[in-house]
Design a binder for this molecule. Structure first.
Ligand code: SF4
Length: 91
């Protein structure tokens, strides 16, 4: 196994902090209605980003745009959806 290079090149993409990423990337969330089973975990974790219908199935609030400062909640909701129904799209 080759040794790990501590100063490996970044191949043109600079590593950035979460704060920097939030300033440069816009996120959108999207719920796949065919996968959603209405667990409402997304709504519990990120109530600003999701709405529930009368059956408890989720959809993205508005057009799905994640307001600045809520990016971590979008990723948290995605990672906690048991049906893998949430996409987070980086624009
Ligand atoms: S956590 Fe996933 S399956 Fe549950 S309501 Fe939200 S999108 Fe639907």
């Amino acid at each position: 196994m080759p040794p790990i290079k501590r100063n490996a090149p970044s191949f043109g993409r600079r590593a950035h902090t979460t704060k920097e990423a939030a300033m440069t990337e816009r996120l959108k969330v999207h719920v796949d209605p065919d996968k959603c089973q209405g667990h409402a975990r997304c709504k519990a974790l990120a109530p600003e980003l999701f709405e529930l219908d009368e059956y408890g199935n989720a959809r993205e609030a508005g057009d799905g745009t994640v307001p600045p400062g809520l990016e971590d909640k979008a990723w948290l909701a995605k990672s906690n959806c048991p049906e893998i129904a949430i996409d987070v799209i980086e624009e």
